[in-house]
Ligand binder design. Structure first.
Ligand code: ADP
Ligand code: MG
Length: 342
């Protein structure tokens, strides 16, 4: 059974009387031992998608579709079930470890906390687990008694990863885990995550705005724009031969791994993503697309096969964009897709 299968996931936030979609009809699958990279500019819905997988959304947010984790739909799971899943089976690593760690408790105590909450283990065994966890993320176990401010930024991010690993999860969702770190430390942290995946059967969803960095670290890439998955496929291919014009612009924006200069505004891509709710019937990327065609302003297709194991939501991947028949792709939002992609 596939570890994680996301189908037609849509997430809305409430603005006054309106519910505006921040994630629109997203679908993908993920197996143990795989790293899926999720790329896209700031505001494209990456964090919302990540949080919705384990239903950590703020009050008022709405979620439809399915998140099948080991076959069980988390969008309708009870709170008791969700509590058990968080930490114990699926855990999150956020950006900005300094803010996420408690400044007045030692890092060892903080790593021990999820173990204490979710498992019946005695004091000594917990101490050993904490020491092992610190070792596995490359922090000396003697540092267990240190407070967050006594550690470097990279060490704190390693501690966050140790916390995420504490209850031996199957799935780690890492939301821009290295954004606040310098390039050398970023590379080390990413290497650590890839080693952990290689050694175990953990699956990782790695979120970043930096496509080149993800192409280097991940098995598969998924690119988000205005809440939709516009392209997905094997990481190297998606980066080297992008099919969607948005991915093409992103890959030009991040020619090198961890390029810090092009973080928020890709130089080759003028303009900004649309505001929530400002997406009409056409493709959300059309206003910024250098290859835009008249049809793009009225038609927004679902992700469609664009090569072996690849999909792109762009009319350009269709053999003949003018043809939409029985066998053609459905239009995006009005006929949300139900199948999974891989
Ligand atoms: P990313 O992680 O790709 O930067 P986000 O998921 O944070 O994107 O944001 C997607 C969109 O949802 C943005 O327009 C953002 O302003 C909006 N958004 C994010 N969090 C909330 C929230 N708690 N309430 C309302 N809108 C939100
Ligand atoms: Mg984010």
């Amino acid at each position: 059974m596939t570890m994680l299968e996301v189908r037609d996931l849509t997430v809305t936030y409430r603005y006054g009387g309106a519910s505006l979609a921040a994630v629109r009809s997203v679908g993908f699958t993920l197996d143990g031992g795989e790293i899926l990279g999720v790329a896209g500019e700031s505001g494209s819905g990456k964090s919302t998608m990540a949080l919705s997988l384990v239903r950590l959304l703020p009050p008022g947010a709405g979620i439809t579709g399915q998140v099948l984790f080991h076959g069980e739909d988390l969008t309708t799971a009870t709170w008791g079930k969700l509590r058990a899943v968080r930490w114990a089976q699926a855990s999150l690593v956020f950006q900005g470890a300094m803010n996420a760690l408690n400044p007045v408790r030692s890092v060892g105590e903080q790593i021990a906390e999820p173990i204490r909450l979710h498992e019946r283990v005695d004091h000594r065994a917990i101490g050993r687990r904490v020491a092992d966890l610190l070792d596995s993320v490359g922090v000396s176990s003697r540092r267990a008694s240190a407070y967050p401010h006594e550690l470097s930024g990279g060490q704190r991010q390693r501690v966050m990863i140790a916390m995420a690993l504490a209850c031996r999860p199957d799935l780690i969702i890492a939301d821009e885990p290295t954004t606040a770190l310098d390039v050398m430390v970023q590379a080390q942290i990413l290497q650590l995550l890839t080693d952990l995946v290689a050694q175990s059967d953990i699956a990782v969803i790695m979120i970043s705005h930096d496509l080149a960095m993800l192409a280097d670290t991940c098995d598969r890439l998924a690119v988000m724009y205005a809440g939709r998955l516009v392209e997905s496929g094997p990481a190297g291919q998606v980066f080297a031969e992008p099919r969607h014009p948005y991915t093409q612009a992103l890959s030009r924006a991040f020619p090198r791994v961890g390029d810090p200069t092009s973080r928020r505004a890709p130089a080759s891509l003028p303009g900004e993503p649309p505001a929530l709710g400002a997406v009409g019937d056409g493709c959300a990327f059309a206003p910024r697309c250098s290859l835009v065609m008249p049809d793009c302003l009225t038609r927004d297709i679902e992700p469609w096969p664009s090569g072996p194991g690849r999909e792109a939501a762009c009319l350009l991947v269709l053999p003949d964009p003018a043809v939409v028949g029985e066998d053609g792709p459905r239009v995006g939002e009005r006929h949300p897709r139900v199948g999974a992609s891989d």
